[in-house]
Design a protein around this ligand. Structure first.
Ligand SMILES: *Cc1c(COP(=O)(O)O)cnc(C)c1O
Length: 371
């Protein structure tokens, strides 16, 4: 029988994630698998936690990767912090804010969704007005809304919150590509994903919890309604002297994340962020030359995910298919109300390099017949 893996091609991943994986990370994945309680592996876990604290800009002791993709990180934050009937405010301007509403609602939270037009950022003034109407135990926002390319003003929202309101922040797309600062944002729970700007394959969700969040979890009246993601138990594996078995850590994925973080820290966070920003400018300048417009106004644009409008009369799916089959480039389509109207061009992590931007602009120009 033919092995399908022999036919896997190298595709330039310029969509909303996964992003291109650097060779060092592929090598890390193929290191020998150790036992999940092996002392050498525990040493790797400990150093990984320190690197994550630096990248997430937090002193939180409980900073580690949840076993699962970004959505598992989202689920972990909500399932541990919400109890039935808790008032929760979620700021929604895209797919991932909408997903938070679904997750929080399934847990029995009394959820208010404050909507903003897709493609525009959350307006702190409207948040302020909403916070006057009701006292919330939890407020949640997505920093980088991958579905639209919008950056939400997390620090401005944080400044409006009551001291006893817990703040949940989604940094799946932003972490490793722009400034993310859990402590400065007074975030109580923050989660990310391995496959966006960290340029590691999908499968881990770096997450962090403040001491206030841990207090809230300890003081719960009801058990966390999900065994796998219960922080009260997971913490005994990732932290402290006990190192008790909870679930088998995805060992080789942890090697990969370790290597991905090491590469980012070796380059230096400031340089990594500047590289994302300059690749974003290179892309936008090139697209403007092709006569293509951006969806988001310049002050709210994310560097790592760029929403461009599909020109009138162009079939977006046909272009995307041509990019994939002829040029071996993957880009993202629009979602929800933006389906058929935009493309999303990712410049995440290892993808954010000049040769990739040039290759994409050349291919897009050809596909649009505008070169
Ligand atoms: C990708 C993404 C998620 C979900 O992550 P998965 O790894 O697909 O589960 C959540 N939030 C944002 C902002 C994302 O971009």
């Amino acid at each position: 029988m033919k092995n399908l893996l022999d036919g896997v091609e190298e595709i330039l991943l310029m969509g909303p994630g996964p992003s291109c994986v650097p060779p060092e990370v592929y090598r890390a994945l193929s290191r020998p698998t150790l036992g999940h309680l092996d002392p050498y592996f525990i040493g790797i876990m400990d150093e990984l936690k320190l690197m994550l604290r630096t990248v997430m800009q937090t002193g939180n002791r409980l900073t580690f990767p949840v076993s699962g993709t970004g959505s598992a990180g989202m689920e972990t934050c909500f399932v541990n912090l919400i109890e039935p009937e808790d008032p929760v405010l979620i700021l929604v301007n895209g797919v991932f804010g909408t997903r938070m509403v679904d997750v929080a609602g399934r847990l029995g939270g009394a959820v208010d969704a404050l909507p903003f037009e897709w493609g525009t950022p959350v307006d702190p003034q409207k948040v302020k007005e909403q916070l006057r109407k009701r006292h919330y135990k939890i407020v949640a926002v997505v920093h980088a809304e991958t579905s639209t390319g919008v950056c939400n003003p997390v620090a401005d929202v944080a400044a409006l919150l009551d001291p006893d309101t817990l703040f949940i922040v989604d940094t799946v797309t932003s972490l490793g590509g722009m400034e993310v600062a859990a402590d400065a944002w007074r975030a109580d729970a923050m989660y990310s994903g391995s496959q966006k700007c960290l340029s590691v394959p999908p499968g881990l969700s770096p997450s962090t919890f403040s001491d206030r969040a841990l207090q809230r979890i300890k003081g719960r009246k009801t058990k966390v309604p999900n065994w796998y993601l219960d922080m009260g138990m997971v913490i005994d594996y990732w932290d402290g002297a006990k190192r008790a078995y909870h679930h088998t850590a995805p060992i080789n994925m942890i090697y990969a994340l370790y290597q991905g973080l090491a590469l980012i820290l070796a380059e230096g966070l400031a340089r990594v962020f500047a590289r994302h920003q300059s690749m974003h400018h290179l892309l936008v300048t090139g697209l403007e030359k092709l006569g293509v417009e951006m969806l988001v106004s310049p002050n709210a644009r994310l560097p790592m995910i760029n929403a461009m409008k599909v020109p009138p009369g162009v079939d977006e799916a046909v272009c995307r298919a041509a990019l994939r089959s002829k040029h071996k480039i993957e880009i993202g389509a629009g979602l929800g109300p933006l389906a058929g109207k935009i493309w999303r061009i990712g410049l995440m992590g290892h993808t954010a390099r000049p040769e990739n931007v040039d290759r994409f602009l050349g291919a897009m120009g050809e596909v649009l017949g505008r070169r």
